[in-house]
Design a protein around this ligand. Sequence first.
Ligand SMILES: [Zn+2]
Ligand SMILES: [Zn+2]
Length: 342
Amino acid sequence: MNKPGRLPIVPDPFRGEALSSWLTRLAARYDLRANDILHHVGVGQSAYRDLDWLTVPHVDRALAQATGISTSRIAGMRYGVEDGWLWDRPGRVWCRACLQADLLAGEESWERRSWRSGATVLCSQHRQLLEETCPVCHQIGTGCLFRAYRGRIRSRCIARDRPVALRNDETLSVLPLGLRLTGITVKAIDALQRDLHRSLRGHMPHGRWCGVTHPRDLPVLVEDFLRMVVPTLGLQLQVAPPLRWMLRHSDWQDLFVFTPAMLPLEVAAGVLAIAALILADPGWTGELAGQIDWAPAGRGKKREAFSPESFLQWLHPGIADWGRCRLEALVMRNRIKGTFSH
Ligand SMILES: [Zn+2]
Ligand SMILES: [Zn+2]
């Protein structure tokens, strides 16, 4: 087969852009879909969203050849490594302030690399929760706000086929269980997000977190908090791993775990907030003590101080013993005294 020539129009990747986002913008120039671009460059067996997690050197080489963008820049747009693939967020999320800024700068809507993972629930720059529900059609996972339109990606609703006007007065600031996005919770969640990003790329976290001595420990701990929070909230989750991940692992049922990527965004934010507040190193514990409150009986109900102990008391009876063992093991390993009582 002849190698395809260089594509005449290639958008430059934005700093922090996901590989899949750049491929979508590239395809839009030719009124194509991103997978069609992969076919065009001769690597059509790949699914473009998977490339944010999967390193396939011949795909990077073919894309570099067709676009003139170097393989190292292409690899740098990848979010994580295959080990963390279950953290792949299936639908699109966004920060409305980021999309407004794109619009003001005369740019397209583009997906930040960090949004591709369940490790991200808030925008570090604008300090507000990400969103996943289209403000026009009120649906999730439709591809709204990242619509190819006249050669560019635009903030448009696909169902209603019209532009989405993003207003700043509609952002959420309350998480499940009455946890609030105050300066201190934003700081804690942001620190956890950043270190989860590092861990999901195989690097050690920058910060100190209880129970973390290996890059993989931090995502596993957050997965465990999810296993405590989700059943206590009474939520049922569907086992729906990424299809290609499943195909690559014959023993996938043993490997599968739920991750925040599989949760509604608000619930994921609650899990990350709780994990961040409890796992934060002893310095954090001192700073946090007595400053965070929540309403474990639900929004609008009595507020009380948030602490590891109040969290354990809130847990569903079916999970409480395991949760207590899990958290006490972390506490003993880190020699924090006086936090827990029976
Ligand atoms: Zn933002
Ligand atoms: Zn829509």
